[in-house]
Design a binder for this molecule. Structure first.
Ligand code: ACO
Length: 398
Protein backbone atom coordinates (compact mmCIF):
# COMPACT_ATOMS: atom_id res chain seq x y z
CA UNK A 1 0.00 0.00 0.00
CA UNK A 2 1.35 3.42 -0.91
CA UNK A 3 2.19 5.76 1.96
CA UNK A 4 2.50 8.79 -0.29
CA UNK A 5 0.41 11.79 0.68
CA UNK A 6 -2.39 12.39 -1.76
CA UNK A 7 -2.21 16.14 -1.98
CA UNK A 8 -0.02 19.24 -1.76
CA UNK A 9 -1.80 22.17 -0.10
CA UNK A 10 -0.74 25.82 0.06
CA UNK A 11 -0.32 26.38 3.80
CA UNK A 12 1.70 29.61 3.71
CA UNK A 13 2.03 32.64 1.46
CA UNK A 14 3.93 35.93 1.64
CA UNK A 15 5.26 38.75 -0.47
CA UNK A 16 7.74 41.58 -0.39
CA UNK A 17 7.88 44.72 -2.51
CA UNK A 18 10.64 47.33 -2.13
CA UNK A 19 9.59 50.80 -0.92
CA UNK A 20 10.92 52.92 -3.81
CA UNK A 21 8.29 53.67 -6.46
CA UNK A 22 9.02 54.49 -10.11
CA UNK A 23 5.96 56.14 -11.65
CA UNK A 24 5.02 56.65 -15.28
CA UNK A 25 5.70 60.35 -14.74
CA UNK A 26 9.26 59.45 -13.69
CA UNK A 27 9.69 57.45 -16.88
CA UNK A 28 8.45 60.39 -18.94
CA UNK A 29 11.60 62.15 -17.78
CA UNK A 30 13.82 59.36 -19.10
CA UNK A 31 12.38 58.20 -22.41
CA UNK A 32 9.93 59.48 -25.01
CA UNK A 33 6.77 58.07 -23.48
CA UNK A 34 3.69 59.26 -21.62
CA UNK A 35 1.57 58.16 -18.70
CA UNK A 36 -1.37 58.02 -21.10
CA UNK A 37 0.48 55.65 -23.50
CA UNK A 38 1.70 53.35 -20.75
CA UNK A 39 -1.67 53.15 -18.96
CA UNK A 40 -3.70 52.62 -22.13
CA UNK A 41 -1.29 50.06 -23.69
CA UNK A 42 -0.31 48.17 -20.54
CA UNK A 43 -2.40 49.20 -17.49
CA UNK A 44 0.80 49.87 -15.52
CA UNK A 45 0.93 53.03 -13.38
CA UNK A 46 3.97 52.41 -11.21
CA UNK A 47 6.52 49.75 -10.31
CA UNK A 48 8.87 49.11 -7.40
CA UNK A 49 12.64 49.52 -7.50
CA UNK A 50 14.96 47.68 -5.10
CA UNK A 51 17.35 49.87 -3.11
CA UNK A 52 21.12 49.41 -3.47
CA UNK A 53 21.33 47.21 -0.34
CA UNK A 54 18.58 44.90 -1.60
CA UNK A 55 19.14 41.83 -3.76
CA UNK A 56 17.05 39.07 -5.28
CA UNK A 57 17.99 36.85 -2.32
CA UNK A 58 17.12 39.47 0.30
CA UNK A 59 13.68 40.13 -1.17
CA UNK A 60 13.10 36.39 -1.59
CA UNK A 61 14.08 35.70 2.01
CA UNK A 62 11.55 38.22 3.37
CA UNK A 63 8.71 36.80 1.25
CA UNK A 64 9.80 33.28 2.25
CA UNK A 65 9.82 34.03 6.00
CA UNK A 66 6.36 35.57 5.69
CA UNK A 67 5.11 32.41 3.97
CA UNK A 68 6.72 30.25 6.68
CA UNK A 69 5.14 32.33 9.48
CA UNK A 70 1.76 32.19 7.72
CA UNK A 71 2.07 28.40 7.52
CA UNK A 72 2.86 28.30 11.25
CA UNK A 73 5.94 26.10 10.76
CA UNK A 74 9.62 26.63 11.49
CA UNK A 75 12.24 27.32 8.79
CA UNK A 76 13.82 23.93 9.50
CA UNK A 77 10.58 22.13 8.66
CA UNK A 78 11.26 22.95 4.99
CA UNK A 79 12.68 20.00 3.02
CA UNK A 80 13.22 21.70 -0.34
CA UNK A 81 13.62 25.32 -1.48
CA UNK A 82 12.84 26.14 -5.12
CA UNK A 83 13.52 29.71 -6.22
CA UNK A 84 12.32 30.86 -9.63
CA UNK A 85 14.19 33.83 -11.08
CA UNK A 86 15.77 35.19 -14.23
CA UNK A 87 17.76 37.72 -12.20
CA UNK A 88 19.80 35.63 -9.74
CA UNK A 89 22.28 37.46 -7.50
CA UNK A 90 25.17 35.47 -8.99
CA UNK A 91 25.70 32.87 -11.69
CA UNK A 92 26.74 30.67 -8.81
CA UNK A 93 25.87 29.84 -6.09
CA UNK A 94 22.14 29.57 -6.58
CA UNK A 95 20.06 32.34 -5.04
CA UNK A 96 18.07 29.58 -3.32
CA UNK A 97 21.21 28.60 -1.37
CA UNK A 98 21.60 32.18 -0.08
CA UNK A 99 17.94 32.25 0.92
CA UNK A 100 18.28 28.95 2.78
CA UNK A 101 20.97 30.49 4.99
CA UNK A 102 19.13 33.79 5.42
CA UNK A 103 15.97 32.12 6.71
CA UNK A 104 17.92 29.85 9.06
CA UNK A 105 17.16 26.52 7.42
CA UNK A 106 19.79 23.83 7.98
CA UNK A 107 18.20 20.82 6.26
CA UNK A 108 16.70 21.66 2.88
CA UNK A 109 18.00 21.02 -0.61
CA UNK A 110 17.95 24.34 -2.46
CA UNK A 111 18.01 25.19 -6.15
CA UNK A 112 16.97 27.84 -8.65
CA UNK A 113 14.43 27.26 -11.40
CA UNK A 114 14.83 29.04 -14.75
CA UNK A 115 11.68 29.42 -16.81
CA UNK A 116 11.49 33.24 -16.92
CA UNK A 117 8.06 34.66 -16.04
CA UNK A 118 6.58 31.14 -15.87
CA UNK A 119 9.25 30.16 -13.34
CA UNK A 120 7.06 30.27 -10.25
CA UNK A 121 4.42 28.03 -11.86
CA UNK A 122 7.16 25.61 -13.01
CA UNK A 123 8.61 25.57 -9.48
CA UNK A 124 5.14 25.06 -8.00
CA UNK A 125 4.58 22.06 -10.28
CA UNK A 126 7.96 20.62 -9.22
CA UNK A 127 7.10 21.10 -5.55
CA UNK A 128 3.75 19.38 -6.10
CA UNK A 129 5.54 16.40 -7.66
CA UNK A 130 8.05 16.20 -4.78
CA UNK A 131 5.28 16.20 -2.22
CA UNK A 132 2.86 13.79 -3.88
CA UNK A 133 5.74 11.36 -4.58
CA UNK A 134 6.56 11.35 -0.86
CA UNK A 135 10.00 12.96 -1.34
CA UNK A 136 9.21 16.10 0.67
CA UNK A 137 6.71 17.18 3.30
CA UNK A 138 7.08 20.97 3.14
CA UNK A 139 8.46 22.77 0.07
CA UNK A 140 9.18 26.50 -0.07
CA UNK A 141 8.44 27.87 -3.55
CA UNK A 142 9.66 31.40 -4.25
CA UNK A 143 9.50 33.76 -7.22
CA UNK A 144 11.91 36.70 -6.87
CA UNK A 145 13.11 39.21 -9.40
CA UNK A 146 15.30 42.29 -9.56
CA UNK A 147 14.67 43.32 -13.14
CA UNK A 148 15.40 47.04 -12.81
CA UNK A 149 19.14 46.23 -12.88
CA UNK A 150 18.82 44.51 -16.27
CA UNK A 151 16.86 47.14 -18.17
CA UNK A 152 18.05 49.57 -20.78
CA UNK A 153 16.66 52.90 -19.61
CA UNK A 154 16.95 54.30 -23.14
CA UNK A 155 14.65 51.60 -24.57
CA UNK A 156 11.05 52.67 -24.10
CA UNK A 157 9.81 49.31 -25.41
CA UNK A 158 11.07 47.48 -22.32
CA UNK A 159 11.99 49.84 -19.47
CA UNK A 160 8.40 50.87 -18.80
CA UNK A 161 7.21 47.32 -18.22
CA UNK A 162 9.22 45.73 -15.44
CA UNK A 163 9.65 46.06 -11.68
CA UNK A 164 11.14 44.33 -8.63
CA UNK A 165 9.68 42.14 -5.87
CA UNK A 166 9.26 38.65 -4.44
CA UNK A 167 6.50 36.25 -3.46
CA UNK A 168 6.50 32.80 -1.88
CA UNK A 169 4.29 29.91 -0.83
CA UNK A 170 4.77 26.88 1.40
CA UNK A 171 3.33 23.70 -0.06
CA UNK A 172 2.64 20.96 2.49
CA UNK A 173 1.72 17.28 2.25
CA UNK A 174 -1.84 16.36 3.19
CA UNK A 175 -4.29 13.50 2.79
CA UNK A 176 -7.21 15.95 2.89
CA UNK A 177 -8.78 16.86 -0.44
CA UNK A 178 -7.59 20.09 -2.11
CA UNK A 179 -4.39 21.69 -3.35
CA UNK A 180 -3.20 21.24 -6.94
CA UNK A 181 -5.85 19.51 -9.05
CA UNK A 182 -4.50 19.98 -12.59
CA UNK A 183 -1.11 21.09 -13.92
CA UNK A 184 -0.11 22.09 -17.45
CA UNK A 185 3.36 23.27 -18.52
CA UNK A 186 4.46 24.09 -22.08
CA UNK A 187 7.68 25.25 -23.78
CA UNK A 188 7.77 26.58 -27.35
CA UNK A 189 11.41 27.26 -28.29
CA UNK A 190 10.52 28.90 -31.59
CA UNK A 191 10.00 31.99 -29.38
CA UNK A 192 13.43 31.66 -27.76
CA UNK A 193 14.77 34.99 -29.05
CA UNK A 194 11.56 36.99 -28.62
CA UNK A 195 12.50 37.90 -25.04
CA UNK A 196 16.13 37.36 -24.16
CA UNK A 197 19.23 38.72 -22.56
CA UNK A 198 21.95 38.24 -25.15
CA UNK A 199 25.25 38.38 -23.26
CA UNK A 200 26.81 37.14 -20.04
CA UNK A 201 26.32 33.43 -20.74
CA UNK A 202 28.59 30.88 -22.39
CA UNK A 203 27.51 31.86 -25.90
CA UNK A 204 28.55 35.45 -25.36
CA UNK A 205 30.60 35.88 -22.19
CA UNK A 206 30.89 39.32 -20.59
CA UNK A 207 33.44 41.61 -22.22
CA UNK A 208 33.98 45.31 -22.71
CA UNK A 209 32.39 44.85 -26.13
CA UNK A 210 29.21 43.16 -24.86
CA UNK A 211 28.84 45.96 -22.32
CA UNK A 212 29.41 48.64 -24.97
CA UNK A 213 26.83 46.96 -27.20
CA UNK A 214 24.26 46.96 -24.41
CA UNK A 215 23.88 43.20 -24.57
CA UNK A 216 23.43 42.71 -20.84
CA UNK A 217 19.92 44.15 -20.93
CA UNK A 218 16.56 42.50 -21.59
CA UNK A 219 15.53 42.59 -25.28
CA UNK A 220 12.01 41.95 -26.42
CA UNK A 221 9.86 41.72 -29.53
CA UNK A 222 6.73 43.10 -27.88
CA UNK A 223 4.19 42.27 -30.57
CA UNK A 224 5.28 38.64 -31.02
CA UNK A 225 5.36 38.16 -27.26
CA UNK A 226 1.91 39.69 -26.97
CA UNK A 227 0.53 37.33 -29.62
CA UNK A 228 2.02 34.29 -27.88
CA UNK A 229 0.76 35.43 -24.49
CA UNK A 230 -2.84 36.01 -25.49
CA UNK A 231 -3.00 32.62 -27.20
CA UNK A 232 -1.16 30.53 -24.65
CA UNK A 233 -2.49 31.90 -21.36
CA UNK A 234 -6.04 30.86 -22.19
CA UNK A 235 -5.13 27.45 -23.67
CA UNK A 236 -2.72 26.58 -20.85
CA UNK A 237 -5.24 27.61 -18.19
CA UNK A 238 -7.95 25.61 -19.95
CA UNK A 239 -5.78 22.48 -20.13
CA UNK A 240 -5.08 22.61 -16.38
CA UNK A 241 -8.78 23.21 -15.61
CA UNK A 242 -9.79 20.26 -17.77
CA UNK A 243 -7.22 18.01 -16.09
CA UNK A 244 -8.93 18.92 -12.83
CA UNK A 245 -12.23 17.77 -14.37
CA UNK A 246 -13.61 21.30 -14.24
CA UNK A 247 -14.93 23.99 -16.56
CA UNK A 248 -13.65 27.63 -16.63
CA UNK A 249 -16.96 28.74 -15.16
CA UNK A 250 -16.14 26.63 -12.04
CA UNK A 251 -13.09 28.81 -11.29
CA UNK A 252 -13.63 31.49 -8.66
CA UNK A 253 -10.46 33.51 -9.33
CA UNK A 254 -7.66 33.51 -11.90
CA UNK A 255 -4.26 34.78 -10.79
CA UNK A 256 -2.56 35.49 -14.12
CA UNK A 257 0.97 36.70 -14.75
CA UNK A 258 0.79 40.49 -14.45
CA UNK A 259 2.35 41.57 -17.76
CA UNK A 260 -0.30 43.67 -19.47
CA UNK A 261 -3.97 44.38 -18.70
CA UNK A 262 -4.86 43.84 -22.37
CA UNK A 263 -3.40 40.32 -22.23
CA UNK A 264 -5.45 39.55 -19.11
CA UNK A 265 -8.58 40.96 -20.77
CA UNK A 266 -7.93 38.71 -23.78
CA UNK A 267 -7.73 35.68 -21.48
CA UNK A 268 -11.04 36.58 -19.82
CA UNK A 269 -12.60 36.94 -23.25
CA UNK A 270 -11.04 33.68 -24.48
CA UNK A 271 -12.45 31.79 -21.50
CA UNK A 272 -15.76 33.67 -21.70
CA UNK A 273 -15.47 35.00 -18.16
CA UNK A 274 -15.99 38.48 -16.68
CA UNK A 275 -12.93 40.52 -15.62
CA UNK A 276 -14.09 40.20 -11.97
CA UNK A 277 -12.73 36.65 -12.09
CA UNK A 278 -9.24 37.94 -12.97
CA UNK A 279 -7.02 39.30 -10.19
CA UNK A 280 -5.09 42.38 -11.34
CA UNK A 281 -2.40 44.32 -9.48
CA UNK A 282 -0.05 45.19 -12.35
CA UNK A 283 -1.02 48.86 -12.02
CA UNK A 284 1.06 48.92 -8.79
CA UNK A 285 3.99 46.62 -9.62
CA UNK A 286 4.34 46.30 -13.40
CA UNK A 287 5.69 42.99 -14.62
CA UNK A 288 7.81 41.37 -11.89
CA UNK A 289 8.39 38.22 -13.98
CA UNK A 290 8.66 35.11 -11.77
CA UNK A 291 7.56 37.13 -8.73
CA UNK A 292 4.36 38.33 -10.35
CA UNK A 293 2.10 35.32 -9.70
CA UNK A 294 3.12 34.73 -6.05
CA UNK A 295 2.87 38.46 -5.22
CA UNK A 296 -0.59 38.54 -6.81
CA UNK A 297 -1.63 35.32 -5.05
CA UNK A 298 -0.59 36.60 -1.61
CA UNK A 299 -2.27 39.92 -2.25
CA UNK A 300 -5.49 38.33 -3.51
CA UNK A 301 -5.75 36.10 -0.43
CA UNK A 302 -4.92 38.90 2.02
CA UNK A 303 -7.49 41.16 0.35
CA UNK A 304 -10.21 38.58 0.97
CA UNK A 305 -10.60 37.53 -2.66
CA UNK A 306 -10.07 33.80 -1.88
CA UNK A 307 -12.13 31.65 0.53
CA UNK A 308 -11.71 28.08 1.77
CA UNK A 309 -13.06 25.74 -0.93
CA UNK A 310 -12.53 28.24 -3.77
CA UNK A 311 -10.96 27.02 -6.96
CA UNK A 312 -8.28 29.25 -8.31
CA UNK A 313 -5.95 29.07 -11.32
CA UNK A 314 -2.41 30.44 -11.35
CA UNK A 315 -1.27 30.92 -14.94
CA UNK A 316 1.83 32.49 -16.49
CA UNK A 317 3.79 32.86 -19.72
CA UNK A 318 7.32 34.01 -20.36
CA UNK A 319 10.58 33.83 -22.24
CA UNK A 320 11.33 30.47 -23.77
CA UNK A 321 8.51 30.74 -24.71
CA UNK A 322 7.23 28.99 -21.60
CA UNK A 323 3.80 28.84 -20.05
CA UNK A 324 2.26 27.07 -17.10
CA UNK A 325 -0.98 26.81 -15.15
CA UNK A 326 -2.10 25.08 -11.96
CA UNK A 327 -5.73 24.68 -10.91
CA UNK A 328 -5.85 24.74 -7.12
CA UNK A 329 -8.52 24.16 -4.51
CA UNK A 330 -7.83 26.56 -1.66
CA UNK A 331 -7.81 25.04 1.84
CA UNK A 332 -5.97 27.44 4.20
CA UNK A 333 -7.52 30.05 6.49
CA UNK A 334 -7.05 33.26 4.45
CA UNK A 335 -6.80 35.37 7.62
CA UNK A 336 -3.41 33.84 8.47
CA UNK A 337 -1.63 35.80 5.76
CA UNK A 338 -1.91 39.23 7.33
CA UNK A 339 -0.52 37.96 10.64
CA UNK A 340 2.28 36.15 8.79
CA UNK A 341 3.22 39.38 7.01
CA UNK A 342 3.25 41.37 10.21
CA UNK A 343 5.42 38.77 11.97
CA UNK A 344 8.40 39.49 9.70
CA UNK A 345 10.35 42.76 9.71
CA UNK A 346 12.45 42.96 6.51
CA UNK A 347 15.27 44.63 8.47
CA UNK A 348 15.67 41.50 10.58
CA UNK A 349 16.54 39.27 7.62
CA UNK A 350 20.12 39.33 6.43
CA UNK A 351 21.71 37.66 3.45
CA UNK A 352 25.38 36.96 4.21
CA UNK A 353 27.82 38.87 2.01
CA UNK A 354 31.15 37.55 0.76
CA UNK A 355 34.26 38.42 2.76
CA UNK A 356 36.84 40.81 1.24
CA UNK A 357 34.74 41.74 -1.78
CA UNK A 358 32.85 44.91 -2.59
CA UNK A 359 30.42 44.85 -5.49
CA UNK A 360 30.12 47.92 -7.69
CA UNK A 361 27.13 50.21 -7.18
CA UNK A 362 24.34 47.99 -8.52
CA UNK A 363 21.85 50.66 -9.59
CA UNK A 364 21.99 51.61 -13.30
CA UNK A 365 23.26 55.18 -13.56
CA UNK A 366 20.22 56.54 -15.42
CA UNK A 367 17.90 55.12 -12.77
CA UNK A 368 20.07 56.25 -9.88
CA UNK A 369 20.07 59.79 -11.21
CA UNK A 370 16.33 59.81 -11.67
CA UNK A 371 15.72 58.54 -8.14
CA UNK A 372 18.22 61.06 -6.68
CA UNK A 373 16.65 64.28 -7.84
CA UNK A 374 13.30 65.56 -9.03
CA UNK A 375 13.08 67.40 -12.35
CA UNK A 376 14.62 66.60 -15.70
CA UNK A 377 17.36 64.04 -16.13
CA UNK A 378 19.97 63.84 -18.84
CA UNK A 379 20.16 60.24 -20.00
CA UNK A 380 22.47 59.25 -22.87
CA UNK A 381 20.11 58.52 -25.72
CA UNK A 382 22.45 56.88 -28.21
CA UNK A 383 21.27 53.60 -29.63
CA UNK A 384 23.09 51.02 -27.53
CA UNK A 385 23.57 48.63 -30.44
CA UNK A 386 25.82 50.18 -33.08
CA UNK A 387 24.28 49.92 -36.51
CA UNK A 388 20.81 48.85 -35.32
CA UNK A 389 17.96 50.99 -36.64
CA UNK A 390 16.06 53.06 -34.08
CA UNK A 391 12.61 53.75 -35.48
CA UNK A 392 12.11 56.99 -33.59
CA UNK A 393 14.64 59.42 -32.17
CA UNK A 394 14.04 59.79 -28.43
CA UNK A 395 14.05 63.09 -26.61
CA UNK A 396 14.40 63.99 -23.00
CA UNK A 397 11.39 65.66 -21.49
CA UNK A 398 11.70 68.27 -18.81
N1 ACO B 1 5.84 54.99 -25.05
C1 ACO B 1 5.36 55.51 -26.18
N2 ACO B 1 5.35 54.85 -27.35
C2 ACO B 1 5.86 53.60 -27.37
C3 ACO B 1 6.38 53.01 -26.21
C4 ACO B 1 6.36 53.76 -25.02
N3 ACO B 1 6.83 53.28 -23.85
N4 ACO B 1 6.81 51.77 -26.51
C5 ACO B 1 6.55 51.60 -27.82
N5 ACO B 1 5.99 52.72 -28.34
C6 ACO B 1 5.57 52.98 -29.70
C7 ACO B 1 6.22 52.05 -30.69
O1 ACO B 1 7.49 52.53 -31.07
C8 ACO B 1 5.24 52.08 -31.83
O2 ACO B 1 5.46 53.22 -32.61
P1 ACO B 1 5.43 53.14 -34.21
O3 ACO B 1 4.06 52.65 -34.55
O4 ACO B 1 5.71 54.53 -34.62
O5 ACO B 1 6.50 52.16 -34.55
C9 ACO B 1 3.89 52.27 -31.15
O6 ACO B 1 4.18 52.73 -29.81
C10 ACO B 1 3.10 51.00 -31.03
O7 ACO B 1 3.96 49.98 -30.59
P2 ACO B 1 3.48 48.52 -30.45
O8 ACO B 1 4.65 47.63 -30.17
O9 ACO B 1 2.55 48.18 -31.57
O10 ACO B 1 2.59 48.65 -29.12
P3 ACO B 1 1.69 47.55 -28.51
O11 ACO B 1 0.31 48.03 -28.47
O12 ACO B 1 1.99 46.18 -29.07
O13 ACO B 1 2.24 47.53 -27.00
C11 ACO B 1 3.69 46.29 -25.58
C12 ACO B 1 3.60 47.25 -26.73
C13 ACO B 1 3.10 46.98 -24.35
C14 ACO B 1 5.17 45.98 -25.31
C15 ACO B 1 2.91 45.01 -25.90
O14 ACO B 1 3.27 44.54 -27.17
C16 ACO B 1 3.13 43.93 -24.89
O15 ACO B 1 2.68 44.03 -23.75
N6 ACO B 1 3.76 42.81 -25.28
C17 ACO B 1 4.01 41.72 -24.37
C18 ACO B 1 5.22 42.04 -23.56
C19 ACO B 1 5.38 41.15 -22.39
O16 ACO B 1 4.43 40.78 -21.73
N7 ACO B 1 6.63 40.84 -22.06
C20 ACO B 1 6.95 40.11 -20.89
C21 ACO B 1 7.12 38.70 -21.17
S1 ACO B 1 7.41 37.82 -19.75
C22 ACO B 1 9.08 37.43 -19.50
O17 ACO B 1 9.44 36.28 -19.54
C23 ACO B 1 10.07 38.49 -19.21
Amino acid sequence: MSTHPKNAHITGWGRYAPDQILTNADLERMVDTSDEWIVSRTGIRERRVAAAHETTASMAAVAAMRAIRTAGIEPDDIDLILLATLTPDYWMPSTAALVKEAIGNTRAAAMDVAAACSGFVYAYATAHAYITSGMAKHVLVIGAELLTRFLDYTDRNTCILFGDGAGAVVLSASDEPGGGLGIELTTEPQGAYMIWLPAGGAKSPPSAETVARGEHYVRMEGKETYRFATRTLATTALASIQQAGLDPSDIDLFIPHQANIRIIEAVAKGLDLPMERMFVNLDKYGNTSAASVPIALAEAVNEGRVKVGDRIVIVAFGAGFTSGAVTIQWTADPARGIAGDAAVDPDDIKVRLPVDWDSVDPIPEALAELMRRPGSVDVPLDDVVPGEQDSKPQEVRA
